[in-house]
Design a protein around this ligand. Structure first.
Ligand code: AMP
Ligand code: MG
Length: 401
């Protein structure tokens, strides 16, 4: 059995070597995709000096309080108007500053008629005010977005301002998801006898979609060696990048997955991790080079299953693209925590912010089958191997779900 850190290192290293494909897509389709190129400015920003306010453009002289209005420049309608100390040009926000103008006084500070503008009482104004200068934000040929950026709505205007109608992004990964277990019935059936609704298929498909990947639903497979083998081998032959199964990876009589993966040519890199929940966990690699696929055998317990996905798929994937830290916060713990075993624990918690401080409550039940407690939580509280207890108020790392 290996530690959490060792497991993470193995998976991160596999992600580093993974043959992520790229494609060029329209900027309007690029939201939530991962940028596969650096983006540079092709013009300085701003590209010309312009007015930051609606007002009058003047040649600064603090003794003059009244000007003759000699013309108008609105955004996109530049005119080469020459002002002297006694004249002004009416200019709107975004209007290009004509030569000679070095100051803009906003309309709120002046009284204007057709032909003149006068300062309201003793309003002060400074030379250079209300003018945004060419290249003040960024010069030409500067890198403004980095490969690996998860494109949010804040990045789209930047790319657009660099003239990127098309952007190079990583192709969406295609993830095959299957659940194993004789006890599993679909969500639209009522449980009877010893049957339970299969929740893992839904949780993992939803988690995959949240990462903006494409989930391929491979369904529920009964605990029959041949059935599982057939499903897995068909899936591995298909056009998917990652195969994720749930259940059947622990030490029970019908936990066939490890052996079947091995028989199907999957090279196992991890079979158990010293964590709770989620100790049984299989990670392996199938094929090589451009055809490489990653395989994850998640434990069947619904909580272990989702926790393992977050820890060993979502986070290393995001870390590979530097988006990882956005899912982690530190918070002061609101309950005493005691731990007897030397595993790394991931407790269901609920964090909140009060007066600028993060706090986290441990959710009552930590049973690895308790979906109700999962539904009440918004993070996993990390308790390291050597920790025996955490007193109230201590800062802990929380992994946002
Ligand atoms: P396993 O990992 O297959 O030994 O399953 C461990 C526990 O998780 C058992 O109690 C299973 O009934 C339960 N379980 C397995 N797969 C699922 C699933 N897809 N949805 C809900 N519970 C499951
Ligand atoms: Mg099972």
């Amino acid at each position: 059995m290996i530690s959490y850190n060792e497991a993470l290192e193995i998976i991160i290293s596999e992600f580093k070597q993974f043959p992520f494909q790229q494609e060029e897509i329209h900027i309007l389709d690029s939201l939530n995709r991962i940028l596969a190129e650096d983006i540079y400015t092709d013009v300085p920003l701003p590209s010309f000096d312009y007015s930051a306010m609606d007002g009058i453009g003047i040649k600064f002289d603090d003794k003059i309080k009244k000007w003759n209005l000699i013309g108008e420049i609105s955004a996109g309608n530049f005119k080469d108007i020459i002002v002297d100390e006694n004249s002004a040009v009416y200019i709107t926000t975004g209007g290009k500053i004509p030569p000679g103008v070095d100051t803009v006084i906003q309309v709120e500070d002046i009284i204007m008629d057709e032909n003149s503008a006068e300062l309201i009482r003793d309003t002060k104004f400074k030379q250079g005010q209300n003018i945004r200068r060419r290249a003040e934000d960024i010069s030409i040929h500067e890198r403004v977005l980095t490969r690996g950026t998860l494109l949010g709505i804040q990045h789209i205007p930047m790319a657009a301002s660099c003239g990127k109608e098309y952007v190079k992004v990583f192709k969406q990964l295609k993830i095959g998801v299957l659940a194993t277990g004789d006890e599993l019935i679909p969500v639209n059936e009522k449980p009877y006898d010893d049957k339970i609704r299969c929740s893992n298929l839904y949780s993992i498909i939803a988690a995959v979609r949240k990462l903006n990947m494409i989930a391929v639903d491979l369904g529920i497979v009964i605990d029959n060696k041949l059935n599982i083998e057939k499903t897995i081998q068909t899936a591995l032959a298909e056009d998917i990048d990652i195969l994720i199964s749930t259940g059947g990876v622990s030490a029970g009589k019908y936990d066939y997955l490890g052996k079947i993966y091995e028989k199907s040519g999957v090279k196992s890199k991890i079979s158990k991790v010293n964590i709770k929940p989620g100790k049984p966990f299989m990670f392996g690699v199938y094929g090589k080079d451009e055809n490489k696929k990653l395989v994850l055998g998640l434990p069947g317990n619904p909580i272990s299953c989702l926790v393992s996905f977050i820890l060993f798929f979502r986070d290393p994937y995001l870390r590979n693209f530097n988006s990882y830290n956005e899912n982690h916060i530190n918070a002061k713990i609101a309950n005493d925590v005691k731990k007897k075993d030397p595993k790394r624990h991931f407790l269901r918690g609920h964090y909140y912010t009060e007066n600028g401080e993060n706090y986290v409550n441990v959710i009552g039940s930590q049973s690895s089958g308790d979906m109700y407690s999962m539904a009440q939580s918004n993070c996993l509280i990390e308790v390291e191997e050597e920790k025996k207890s955490i007193p109230v108020g201590e800062s802990v790392r929380c992994i946002i779900i």
